[in-house]
Design a protein around this ligand. Structure first.
Ligand SMILES: Nc1ncnc2c1ncn2[C@@H]1O[C@H](COP(=O)(O)OP(=O)(O)O)[C@@H](O)[C@H]1O
Ligand SMILES: [Mg+2]
Length: 177
């Protein structure tokens, strides 16, 4: 009962948030933040979701990002939650932060089954879930990734998903600095 209520509550929150993005009602703060801090906070929050998976952070010391720390935290927890859920037991999830010309690049990669090539363009669509994810009964309503592009784009950045070799999924986003 409690689980069902929590799920419903999360669904309502996510739908509300998406519609706020669509109506242009969301303003993005712009402040400097320590990338290592935001990554560590998100990793600490997601670790209990799957304690069989190691989340490893690799961030350049002192790297500073610009934007809305709460929103970026939200993107990161969504990406990390997906990554640990799709990881094999004993798997490793890497979250990296690195400077690039004109931006900060943040990426989350895992050693899970990855996303079939035919689906990779669509995983950011609202309600879209790959068949295997739907069958597993785990995860949410397919809204976690839908929230990420609007947040990153309001920062003037971009986000993309890639399959990794030999296995796994990698999601990369760039935030202008
Ligand atoms: N790291 C990942 N590895 C494999 N598949 C993924 C990963 N992240 C997302 N996906 C796929 O993208 C779909 C959409 O993700 P999301 O919007 O977070 O929805 P949900 O987590 O509620 O299923 C997932 O259902 C899953 O099929
Ligand atoms: Mg998700």
């Amino acid at each position: 009962m409690l689980k069902a209520t929590e799920r419903l509550s999360r669904l309502v929150d996510q739908l509300l948030e998406l519609s706020q993005f669509e109506s242009g009602a969301i303003r993005i703060a712009r402040q400097d933040f320590l990338v290592s801090q935001i990554i560590e906070d998100a990793a600490a929050e997601v670790r209990p979701v799957n304690t069989d998976v190691h989340i490893v952070a690799e961030v350049d010391n002192g790297l500073v990002g610009a934007g809305d720390p709460e929103r970026i935290h939200e993107v990161l927890t969504n990406l990390l939650t997906n990554a640990v859920r799709h990881s094999p037991a004993g798997g490793e999830v890497k979250v990296r932060g690195a400077p690039m010309p004109g931006c900060v690049r943040i990426e989350v990669s895992d050693e899970g089954t990855g996303v079939p090539p035919d689906d990779i363009e669509r995983i950011f669509d609202r309600f879209y879930r790959v068949d295997a994810a739907r069958r597993s009964g785990a995860g949410g309503a397919g809204l976690g990734l839908a929230i990420a592009p609007p947040i990153v784009e309001l920062h003037g950045g971009s986000i993309r998903a890639e399959s990794q070799k030999p296995t796994g999924c990698r999601i990369v986003f760039d935030l202008p600095s």
